[in-house]
Ligand binder design. Structure first.
Ligand SMILES: [Fe+2]
Length: 299
């Protein structure tokens, strides 16, 4: 499988090399964050490939990331996610099984798990404190070699999404999209356009040259090739939903109107029950197979 990838070089000490790679079925942008000085690395938002019709998982993208790490002589430190994704399955559990490295996500995944326990009518499932090795709070820091990572709580797309800031790179997941595409949707359970506006503004407070790496790109009518890197300055000047300054009220109106036109992601009801288990399939039944549970007429 040919995998589209692109490296964004380090801008010097304290600045990571960022290798983005792209999963076309769900338009997901995934990252390998590298400390050039120590050759330590972290993975962010790596996808577990999923054929929805067959309910079959595979690991082309996660394997590509591990092959890259090996080829470049890197040592993996962290397996990170920004939120329990609604449009794709996360590869974290598989990556941990392969590497033994710790997984992490934001601590408010506990609240998101509560919402979905109810939606699936599965009161006893999803135990984030067990399913992830670390639950980050706003302001927490961590290391990737000599690089410092910092966690921002960025609610809006979900109530517990986090942003990772590593040196001059911001991993903004589903907050911003590319400037020509705008911002992420807020209409999933626990989402809020008003909260997203505040989260977007907090990211725009960083210096103009700060790099922003996003979670999704689907191209646009004028741009076929996927892209995932921009800067704070570019987003401030030209973001389709915010560029040049949009008020909170105008943004909320625009966001909610657009969200009302969007269908649900094809993998959503499969994805959440895997992602809220840290990327594990539902516990196998007596016959050794895993089964998904899909609520009918709930959405
Ligand atoms: Fe998402």
């Amino acid at each position: 499988m040919d995998i589209l990838s692109k490296a964004s070089p380090s801008n010097g000490s304290g600045s990571p090399r960022v290798v983005g790679f792209y999963e076309p079925v769900t338009g997901s942008c995934q990252y390998i964050v590298v400390c050039e000085a120590t050759k330590k690395a972290a993975l962010i938002d790596v996808v577990l490939n999923f054929d929805t019709a067959a309910a079959r998982t595979s690991t082309e993208h996660a394997q590509w990331a591990l092959d890259y790490i090996e080829r470049k002589g890197l040592e993996l430190e962290w397996i990170l996610d920004t939120h329990p994704h609604a449009d794709h399955l996360m590869a974290s559990a598989w990556l941990k099984e392969r590497t033994g490295r710790p997984t992490a996500i934001g601590e408010k995944v506990r609240d998101i798990a509560g919402l979905w326990r109810e939606l699936y009518n599965m009161p006893d499932v999803f135990v984030p404190d067990v399913d992830f090795d670390r639950l980050f709070a706003h302001g927490d820091t961590f290391r990737i070699g000599d690089l410092e990572g910092r966690v921002l709580l960025s609610p809006g797309h979900t109530l517990g999404s986090i942003t990772y800031v590593v040196g001059d790179a911001i991993f903004a997941h589903d907050t911003f999209m590319q400037p020509d595409a705008g911002t992420a949707r807020c209409d999933f359970p626990g989402g809020s356009a008003k909260a997203l506006y505040t989260s977007l503004m907090a990211i725009l407070d960083y210096p103009d040259e700060t790099r922003i790496f996003i979670g999704h790109d689907y191209g646009t009518d004028d741009r076929e090739t996927p892209a995932w890197e921009s800067t704070v300055g570019e987003q401030k000047a030209a973001n389709k939903h915010l560029g040049g300054g949009t008020s909170e009220a105008a943004y909320v109106e625009l966001r909610e109107a657009r969200d009302a036109t969007l269908g649900l992601p094809k993998q959503m009801l499969h994805a959440l029950q895997v992602n809220l288990r840290g990327g594990r399939l539902p516990k196998p039944e007596a016959d050794g197979n895993s089964y998904f549970k899909i609520p009918a007429n709930r959405f």
